[in-house]
Design a protein around this ligand. Structure first.
Ligand code: C2E
Ligand code: CA
Ligand code: CA
Ligand code: CA
Length: 280
């Protein structure tokens, strides 16, 4: 039994070592990824749905990492970037690239197109972040009202004076602020009043079940109604089929996003949708 225990311990510690090594490899590879130009942005449309045919008004930039020929999901590597602090440099690149690409689309005929960029708390807590955003906007030529920044409830939960001051500065610039994944996590309705938000993104876990599940249906209606009565625009996430869209059309929800319209795509693949050459 003692021998078996030893063997098990040896195997366990080898596994631990392998996991630690894997983590180290990930961090090392991420540290070089920006310089090696391995990051790219895919874009997913956000559509206005309340007047006839859905229209793309905004594109959400979603980060991808091309590692050894494979595209890695942000869920696999953003936590590591946040841990190492590299999210600051990478996030800066994401903002610059999304603003540049959107301005390019505007100049090629999509005049009113806006883009939306996800922020992590480390970025927002960085001194001078709002001024950095202002500089990126100037450099790209994108109007501040064409940039939407998505923040999460966990970020607002930190509720520091710095966060609030930074969000106010961003709002003064004219940038629009969206609360992402609303309804998950530690929702406090107080956030909606305390922070200068313009947009509420209803998490896909509500929309997905809303047509069939009476409780999710009630929750989705209540969230949409709450947002609208506070004067916010509401974006429904996770619209995957026509039943989801039908449900929303019966609500006061003017914007939607999800696989039903399009998965996130590399910029060139998005163009047929922007040009209306490809329908929904
Ligand atoms: P998110 O901001 O909630 O982005 C939406 C995620 O849901 C995307 O996953 C998108 O591909 C997926 N999605 C969109 N429509 C549907 C749908 O109809 N059904 C389902 N099942 N999923 C849908 P993705 O691209 O893997 O991104 C995951 C998360 O990574 C994002 O969630 C966001 O929190 C984070 N992220 C992505 N890019 C960035 C970035 O540049 N910076 C930061 N800080 N976070 C990012
Ligand atoms: Ca988002
Ligand atoms: Ca979301
Ligand atoms: Ca999410």
């Amino acid at each position: 039994a003692k021998e078996a225990g030893k063997a098990q311990f040896a195997r366990y510690s080898t596994e631990l070592q392998a996991a630690a090594q894997k983590r180290l490899d990930l961090h090392n590879a991420l540290a070089r990824a920006l310089a090696r130009d391995e990051f790219e942005l895919h874009y997913q449309p956000i559509c206005r749905i309340d007047d006839g045919r859905p229209q793309v008004t905004t594109v959400e930039a979603l980060l991808r990492w091309r590692r050894n020929g494979r595209l890695e999901s942000p869920l696999q590597f953003i936590p590591a970037l946040e841990e190492s602090g590299e999210i600051i440099a990478v996030g800066d690149w994401v903002l610059r690239e999304a603003c540049r690409q959107t301005r390019h689309w505007q100049l090629s005929g999509q005049e009113g197109l806006c883009c939306s960029v996800n922020l992590s708390s480390r970025q927002l807590l960085q001194p001078g972040f709002a001024q950095r955003v202002a500089a990126i906007l100037r450099e790209s030529g994108l109007r501040p009202t064409c940039l939407m920044l998505e923040i999460t409830e966990s970020l607002l939960m930190q509720d520091s004076a710095e966060t609030l001051a930074c969000l106010r500065e961003l709002a003064v610039l004219g940038v629009r602020l969206a609360l992402d994944d609303f309804g998950t996590g530690y929702s406090s309705l107080g956030y909606l009043k305390r922070f200068p938000l313009q947009i509420l993104k209803v998490d896909r876990s509500f929309i997905g079940g809303a047509p069939d599940d009476p409780e999710l249906n009630a929750i989705s209606r209540a969230i949409i109604g709450l947002g609208r009565s506070l004067g916010l625009e509401v974006v429904a996430e996770g619209v995957e089929d026509p039943a989801h869209l039908d449900f929303l059309l019966g609500q006061d929800c003017r914007y939607a996003q999800g696989y039903w319209f399009s998965r996130p795509r590399p910029p060139a693949m998005l163009e047929p949708l922007l040009l209306g050459e490809e329908g929904f």
